[in-house]
Ligand binder design. Sequence first.
Ligand code: G3I
Ligand code: 9MR
Ligand code: ZN
Length: 588
Amino acid sequence: MVFALSHIILRKDMQIGKMARLGILCFCFVLRGADRTAAIKVDQAGYLPHSPKLALVSIEKGTAAASTTFALRSASTNGVVFQGKLSAASSDADSGDQLQTADFTQFNENGSFYIEVPGLGRSWEFTIGPDVFSRVYFLTMRGFYGQRCGTAVNLSPDFPQYRHAPCHLAGAYDASSGKTGERESARGWHDAGDYGRYVVNSGISTGTLLWTWELFGDRIKDISLHIPESGNGTPDILNEIRWNLDWMLSMQDSDGGVFHKQTSSRFCQFIMPEADQSTSLVIGTGQDPYKSSCATADLAAVAGIAARTFKPYDAPYADKCLRAAESAWRWLERYPNVTFRNPHGISTGAYGDAHCQDEILWAAAELWRTTNQPIYAKYFVENYAAYLDNIRADNPPSWSMLADFGLWSYVLGNGPDGKAVDAIKQRSIAAADAITQRTAANPYHVSLTSRDYIWGSNGVAANYSLQLLIANRIQPNPRYVETALDNIHYILGRNTFSLSWVTQVGEHSFQHPHHRPSAADGIAAPWPGLMSGGPNAGRQDQVMRRLVAAGTPPARSYVDETGAYSCNEIAINWNAPLVFTLAALVPK
Ligand code: G3I
Ligand code: 9MR
Ligand code: ZN
């Protein structure tokens, strides 16, 4: 052990959990003499051939001289396959790191490799190949299956230990819904590390996945997710989406409005889903009309997309979605401004959003695209201009801001208003150009600005990639795709912690998500395919405030601890843009 210890360079200030530390120690002990160092940062899934391949090397404080060379070695033979010079150092303001670049773009052979820097150590392993992201796509998309509520879940055959019994089957109306009595509780995805289901967050997540199908279906249509529906003739991504869409549809009241969320009254302990015996309450606004405009518009948009994507596979279901979307729209005509705050006695997530006009714009665009009806086109054309400024280089979509989705959908559907289309295209390209330039200039090659290290910053990074890939549809540009890929490299290990922020991806992935099943199942490793929220300069939980010093640089404001929900929870709206981006990167 002492021998192994001396060969591991773990940054002293790196905040990782005890189990992870032990795991790394044992791992390195087995691989006698291995000297993996967090100072060398690589995408631990890997790199695509014929695309830029950069590793980053941080200069440890107190080190006398920076290294000057690096070697790329084969993971199987340890032989050197490529050598190069490290770049001059540059400083990264957001992490405080001094970074040198190891550029091995020229090396284009497939295989498994690691980077070695003389005097410093070696990196974790990674792969070069055309399909390096296929398994990550599979795992992250299958992560949604693991979040299924209302049914037994079992990640066999590859992860048979990860399973839970049917959960949250008891539903009832909360008084805030204006109704009483028992109420269905069926299907849907657990939102995050908690077991709530929230229509607003389901909206962007499900919409993003439906767009994944629409934009990249040719790449993913044959990828089996090993879910109960696999093989039924419908692509698995749509099968998985439907599980949540069914729940969203069930949240629609008979007047067309949609209740905001279905959760227990407060967050449960860290127990398995089936052990949470609390009632899943349908929660409303507490006063007439009880449903919220954001939730209703989110359902209108998502069911509006589903009405076209499910049509070839299940026409009656597509019709059902369309009727739901249209009745939601009619409700919004009467109630465009009903916002949501947690009613008395409810303390689960609020997903409170003071502005629902952006969600309504999105619904209009999707309903126009599906139906071609003038009523939706008219609404869009009369309202889009106020949102043009929303398409910027520092404002990717988020659960509370869906205007971009509306604007882009209108363009992707070849909207007839030339003036609108030109303006949206122009903004989208200008923003994508600026994101691309900024990312290239950022020492970590991540699109995040200093102000983007908020709750769910990894989701922000993934949504920058989504924004870039949409721009690439509008005006193809390989630099947009490369930049989208840069954010994936950041998420999968090319970051200050050298940590892959997707569970069970890479040799050095985070271990302690704020995720109840991962903490309660008695298995050391977390459930696979889930992305951490990531650094959050806001430090909005007690564990972060205890373990991450005030004044810590934003990109370093992270700790791999279960209790640190403001930086280490997982959530469906963060996994979704990751899935979207990965789908663009898997081979056709
Ligand atoms: O946008 C502002 C930014 O302008 C400002 O500079 C920054 C400073 O802290 O704050 C940013 O807002 C943050 C916002 O997230 C960004 O989306 C808020 O501080 C922060 O409180 C807010 O956090 C939300 C969190 O719930 C608390 O309400 C997260 O977005 C949201 O993802 C998260 O969602 C929770 C659900 O409530 C419950 N289920 C789990 C889920 C994930 O943690
Ligand atoms: O587990 C909850 C997580 O899903 C939420 O994002 C977070 C913020 O709302 O709250 C978590 O629950 C904590 C609660 O807010 C305070 N007591 C401890 C709970 C578990 O850590
Ligand atoms: Zn459940």
